[in-house]
Design a protein around this ligand. Structure first.
Ligand SMILES: *Cc1c(COP(=O)(O)O)cnc(C)c1O
Length: 385
C-alpha cells in the first residue's frame, strides 16, 4: 500500500480564497483610479493569501506593477509574473544588490540614497524614491531630495517613480491627508518625474487629487474595508472564507465553565426551553491565526461564528487548536443533536461573519488577521482566471 501523502492529510479547517473576487476588486479600483495606473501591493505573501496564486491572477486582470516589502518576496513575484515591474518598499540592502540586478527588482530608496547611487548608478539600475511628507516612517526628507537634485547627481540617473505614503487615509476628514497631498504636489512640481504615486487603498477613495499617475492598493484587493468613510458598506467583494469542523457537540449544565481558566460560566438560555447549553468544539485556534483576543469571558463578550448563515457566539477562551461556540439559540440546533454534528462545519469568516467583524471582535484590523492566517488550513483557490 502506498503511504498516504502528507499534503492530503485532512485539516481541521478550510480556507477558501476567491481569486476571481481579487481580480474584480482590482478592476473596480482600476476604474476608480481613472487615468492613473492601478498597481497592486502583494507584500507579506499577498497579505497572507499566496503570492504564487494572487500575482498571476492580477497579471491576467491587467495589473503590471507590483510592490512588495522585501527582496525575497520580489523574487517570488518575478517568478510568478516574469514581465512585471516590481518595487521593493524596504529599499536598498547592500547584501541584495545581485538580487536586484538579476531579478530586475527596483528598490524604493528612502534615506540610504548614497549607498544606492554608488551601487546602482553604473548599471543604471532602476529605482524609486519615497519622499517624507508626514508619515515619519520611511522616506527621504523633501529638503534632502531638493539638494540631491540641485547637486546634479541625478541629472542622468533619475528615479522611475516618486512616491509618498498617507498616514491617515482611512480617516477622510483628517487634516494630515490634505497636508501630505500639498507637500507631495509641490515636491513633484519642483522635480517632475514620469510616474508619481501617493494613494494606498484608502487613498483611492479620497478622490482624484490623490491619484497622481499610479495608485497602490493592498487591503482593498483582499476584501478588507479600507476607509471609515463608508461605514459598514464595504464596496469590495469578500475574498476569503474560513470554516472549521465540529469535533464534538455536548450539552453543558448551568454553572459549569468552558475552557481554560474557567473564563466563561454557562448560564441558562432565556430563549430555549432547556437550561443546558449546546456547546460545539471546533478545530481551529490561535495557532491558525484565529486571534485569542476574540475569545469570550464572563467579563467580556467575544467574537461570533456562524452555522447555516445564523450567527452563534464564541464561548470561553480561544485555545491553540480549538474554539468553543454556543449553538443553543440557533434555530436548527435540534438537527445537530444525537451525534448528527459529525462532519458538520462552522463558519469562522464568511458571508455571515465578515472579515472586518472578526478583526474588530479581536481588537485588531483585517490586515493583521489576514497576514496571520496559519498554514494548517486546507487552502482552496477558486475562480482563478
Ligand atoms: C502596505 C502599503 C501600501 C498598501 O496599503 P493598503 O492600506 O493595504 O492599501 C501602499 N503603499 C505602501 C508604501 C505600503 O507600505
Amino acid at each position: 500500500m502506498n503511504n498516504p501523502p502528507l499534503d492530503q492529510a485532512p485539516a481541521g479547517a478550510r480556507l477558501t480564497i476567491d481569486l476571481g473576487a481579487i481580480a474584480d476588486n482590482w478592476r473596480q479600483l482600476d476604474a476608480m483610479a481613472g487615468a492613473a495606473e492601478c498597481a497592486a501591493v502583494v507584500k507579506a505573501d499577498a497579505y497572507g493569501l499566496g503570492i504564487e496564486q494572487v500575482v498571476p491572477t492580477l497579471w491576467k486582470a491587467g495589473c503590471r506593477t507590483f510592490f512588495v516589502a522585501l527582496p525575497g518576496e520580489g523574487i517570488r513575484v518575478r517568478k510568478a509574473a516574469p514581465e512585471a515591474i516590481i518595487y521593493i518598499l524596504a529599499g536598498y540592502f547592500a547584501d541584495a544588490l545581485d538580487i536586484y540586478r538579476h531579478y530586475a527588482l527596483r528598490p524604493v530608496i528612502n534615506m540610504e540614497f548614497d549607498a544606492w547611487v554608488k551601487a546602482g548608478r553604473n548599471d543604471r539600475l532602476a529605482y524609486a524614491v519615497q519622499l517624507e511628507t508626514g508619515m515619519n516612517r520611511l522616506g527621504m526628507p523633501i529638503s534632502d531630495y531638493d539638494k540631491l537634485q540641485a547637486s546634479g547627481l541625478l541629472d542622468d540617473y533619475q528615479p522611475s517613480l516618486l512616491i509618498s505614503h498617507l498616514a491617515c487615509a482611512d480617516t477622510p476628514g483628517h487634516a494630515l491627508n490634505a497636508l501630505q497631498q500639498q507637500r507631495f504636489s509641490s515636491a513633484v512640481e519642483n522635480h517632475p518625474c514620469n510616474c508619481t504615486s501617493l494613494a494606498n487603498s484608502a487613498g483611492i477613495f479620497l478622490g482624484s487629487d490623490y491619484h497622481y499617475d499610479l495608485v497602490r492598493p493592498g487591503i482593498a484587493l483582499y476584501g478588507g474595508a479600507c476607509t471609515s468613510a463608508l461605514g459598514a458598506d464595504n464596496p469590495m467583494r469578500p475574498v476569503i472564507s474560513l470554516a472549521a469542523r465540529i469535533l464534538q457537540l455536548k450539552a453543558v449544565a448551568p454553572g459549569e465553565t468552558i475552557g481554560y481558566g474557567g473564563a466563561e460560566t454557562v448560564r441558562p438560555s432565556p430563549h430555549s426551553g432547556s437550561n443546558e447549553r449546546f456547546v460545539a468544539t471546533i478545530a481551529a485556534g490561535y495557532a491558525d491565526g484565529y486571534l485569542r483576543s476574540a475569545g469570550s469571558s464572563d467579563q467580556r463578550r467575544g467574537g461570533c461564528a456562524a452555522w447555516r448563515g445564523t450567527r452563534i457566539p464564541i464561548i470561553g477562551r480561544v485555545s491553540m487548536d480549538l474554539i468553543s461556540v454556543d449553538l443553543t439559540d440557533h434555530p436548527d440546533v435540534a438537527q445537530l443533536q444525537d451525534g448528527r454534528w459529525y462532519d458538520e462545519w462552522i463558519e469562522l469568516i464568511g458571508p455571515a461573519v465578515p472579515l472586518d467583524d472578526v478583526a474588530g471582535a479581536a481588537g485588531t484590523i483585517s490586515y493583521e488577521l489576514l497576514t496571520g492566517l496559519g498554514n494548517r488550513y486546507q487552502r482552496t483557490y477558486i475562480n482563478g482566471l
